[in-house]
Write a new protein. Structure first.
Ligand code: SF4
Length: 700
């Protein structure tokens, strides 16, 4: 691309903003928001508007394959052929000796749909193991299970355009003002024009989102389920429930009703640390609304009871009949740009492509037939944290990591470090030498990044965008699709005779035919010429589907939505005690993305918050003789972190907060947040409990 404009999509969060890119010899890549894009209407947040720095700065890029012949040898430059011959030889020999489940792939919600599809086909169809999981396990897996249990399938029912049609928003366990800024800007603009719009925020921290709310319920971490039940009780008692919708379109209501009516408001108030009057106010706002939207993210998902939190929240939409109508419905906010696309192609260890289930023999048969393989193994694959546990114990011997930095992002980083050291063979397919995990690679494969390859992504509202290639990748870096195809060829696998990325997409689209997410009539031409589409797109003239369930027919066998009863009414994380008296919660800051391999090299973004910190309430700080700016040590059973204290009443007493991003060494100690996070996961979704680790805090 020289001196011409192309339209593409931001590579950061799941909002999926449209970007116009220009590239010329003098300025390199420059970008601006796409005014015609249905999502952002020209707006970009600080991360998006600085993406050109990332595209133009190739100083940290991995330029050619590197390999070491044994752990004691140094890394050396090799050709692509040598690199992939070795990968094929090592994977074949390990599988021959220890079986297919001795290898695994760990991929990313930043992979494009075609890459995600291809690697799943390669691993589940041809390597004959289901050991492929994704960092979306750390992000959306609780929401996926919640949707499946409630609606019968992993289906976000709503669109961003519903924001401008809603009058009450319940934002819970999310800080969209910082983490989904353009979506939040649309909400703010809607509220500015319509003063009757109400925003309720549930969060232990007084975030920028909470500051903008009409009502902030400053909840004690882990008590969400009882809060939603208390709200449901009052919704029923005050006559706000939609009886007709419940009777015609739901199952299991009576059990749910009995459960929530037995909830003590007084007990809920005490457990949640929220006055009854505030719960009542929230109930009135929801009960009187004509368009009620709930929005949530990691505060619900990253929990030992993440699935139950999700279904308990989804129950509120069913109870009030706010599903499948304008301005109404539940809306999970995805953190990564293509977490949704990954879910569509079965990018997790327990899923198959096109929303089929690994546990279902018919589904396995259908997928095996489509791919032309004998069978798909019935054994569930190892999930993200399980995979690293298996490497640590020696059960798994080799791992191939694509586009993610688990040494910083997974819980209990020391364990991940041990796992990577213990692995016989580690392949890291990556763009940047800044990725901490790259230092553990036996084989380092240079991948093309954003703008350097083509493919598609799906944002939080099921909107599929085509991303064209705009610039060449530096050095010998190749697209992930090309790397995977070359590896498949080295392994002599049939079924990978694709000439380009478009052919991969074509195959995937055909696989969706006659499913609830049918995009079999979608193709690159339509995406290039007509713009973005929300699935399903079930015929050639179809414009896409902004809103699901408008006919109130859900994807369950009875076509009714299901009120789920939580398996755990209360949080199951380890409770604070004398040794570890604080609850640590972790999260993002406004201008950084994940483990900072991209945003960390943009000096403009580093000015917002240049170093890691621990947010602590003034009362807790006073009791521990900690002053603002003091260096403190945060300790858990897993390890410790040393950062500056930020004493603020924006955080609830008894709770402390660390940003998730940093991973680099500081003064011989580590400031990596996940040194201290616990390894508890939700029993169904296997999503880690990042929002609840018990810790102590002491002045250094
Ligand atoms: Fe990119 Fe998300 Fe910001 Fe939009 S809101 S510009 S998608 S980071």
């Amino acid at each position: 691309m020289q001196n011409s404009e192309i339209k593409t999509t931001c590579s950061y969060c799941g909002v999926g903003c449209g970007i116009i890119v220009t590239n010329d010899a003098k300025n390199g890549v420059t970008i601006k928001g796409d005014k015609d894009h249905p999502v952002n209407r020209g707006m970009l947040c600080s991360k998006g508007m600085n993406l050109h720095y990332v595209a133009n700065d190739t100083s940290d890029r991995i330029l050619y394959p590197e390999m070491r012949w044994s752990k004691s040898h140094p890394m050396e430059r090799v050709s692509w052929d040598t690199a992939l011959d070795r990968a094929a030889a090592v994977f074949s020999s390990i599988i021959k000796k220890h079986g297919p489940d001795s290898v695994g792939f760990y991929v990313s919600g930043q992979c494009l749909t075609e890459e995600y599809y291809l690697v799943n086909k390669l691993v589940k169809g041809f390597l004959k193991t289901n050991n492929i999981d994704t960092n979306s396990r750390l992000c959306m897996s609780s929401a996926v299970v919640g949707y499946k249990k409630t609606f019968g399938e992993d289906s976000v029912p709503i669109a961003y355009d519903d924001i401008e049609l809603a009058d009450t928003f319940l934002i819970t366990g999310a800080n969209p003002a910082w983490c989904h800024p353009i979506l939040f800007r649309r909400l703010e603009q809607h509220k500015e024009k319509n003063p009757k719009v109400k925003v309720i925020v549930i969060d232990p921290r007084k975030t920028d989102t909470a500051v903008a709310a009409d009502l902030h319920l400053q909840i004690t971490p882990g008590t969400d389920i009882i809060l939603y039940h208390a709200m449901a009780k009052r919704i029923i008692e005050k006559g706000y429930s939609d009886i007709e919708f419940i009777k015609k379109h739901t199952e299991n209501y009576n059990l749910y009703k009995d459960l929530v009516l037995a909830t003590s408001l007084d007990k809920a108030s005490k457990m949640c640390g929220i006055p009854i009057s505030q719960i009542e106010l929230a109930v009135d706002m929801i009960g009187k609304s004509e368009g009620f939207m709930s929005l949530w993210a990691m505060g619900l998902n990253q929990s030992a009871v993440g699935v139950d939190k999700n279904t308990a929240l989804l129950n509120l939409s069913l109870l009030t009949g706010h599903v499948g109508k304008p301005g109404s419905g539940p809306f999970s906010l995805t953190g990564q740009p293509n977490a949704m696309g990954g879910r569509e192609v079965g990018g997790m260890a327990n899923l198959l492509a096109v929303h089929k289930d690994l546990a279902n023999p018919e589904h396995r048969r259908e997928v095996a037939d489509f791919w032309g393989v004998d069978e798909i193994s019935e054994k569930p694959g190892l999930t993200a944290t399980e995979m690293f546990g298996a490497l640590e114990s020696g059960k798994m011997k080799a791992i191939w990591i694509i586009c993610t930095n688990p040494l910083v992002s997974l819980p209990d980083s020391r364990r991940v470090e041990k796992a990577l050291k213990n692995a016989k063979f580690v392949v890291v397919q990556e763009i940047s030498h800044n990725a901490d995990t790259a230092k553990h690679a036996d084989l380092l494969l240079p991948a093309a990044g954003w703008l350097e390859k083509e493919g598609t992504m799906t944002n939080s509202e099921r909107r599929i965008s085509y991303l064209p290639k705009g610039i060449n990748a530096p050095g010998e870096a190749l697209s992930d699709v090309e790397i995977l195809l070359r590896f498949a060829k080295k392994m002599n696998f049939n079924g990978f005779n694709f000439n380009n990325t478009e052919e991969v997409y074509k195959e995937y689209c055909q696989m969706t035919r006659n499913t609830n997410m049918d995009i079999s009539y979608l193709n690159y031409n339509r995406l290039k010429n007509e713009g973005t589409f929300q699935w399903p797109v079930p015929d050639y003239g179809h414009p896409g589907t902004p809103r699901l369930f408008t006919d109130k027919k859900f994807y369950t066998p009875s076509q009714k939505a299901i009120f789920n009863i939580p398996t755990a009414l209360e949080n199951t994380s380890e409770e604070p005690n004398d040794q570890f008296p604080f609850i640590l919660t972790t999260g993002r800051i406004r201008d950084q993305w994940h483990t900072m391999t991209k945003t960390g090299k943009v000096s403009r973004l580093m000015t917002h918050i240049p170093s890691p910190f621990l947010e602590i309430n003034p009362i807790d700080a006073y009791k521990s003789s900690i002053k603002n700016g003091d260096i403190v040590v945060v300790t858990s059973t897993k390890g410790n972190v040393r950062v500056k204290a930020k004493v603020t009443d924006l955080i609830k007493e008894g709770v402390v907060f660390l940003p998730m991003h940093w991973g680099k060494q500081l003064d011989n100690d580590l400031n990596r947040t996940n040194n201290v996070t616990n390894t508890i996961v939700d029993p169904i979704s296997k999503e880690p409990d990042f929002k609840y680790t018990i810790v102590s805090v002491a002045k250094y």
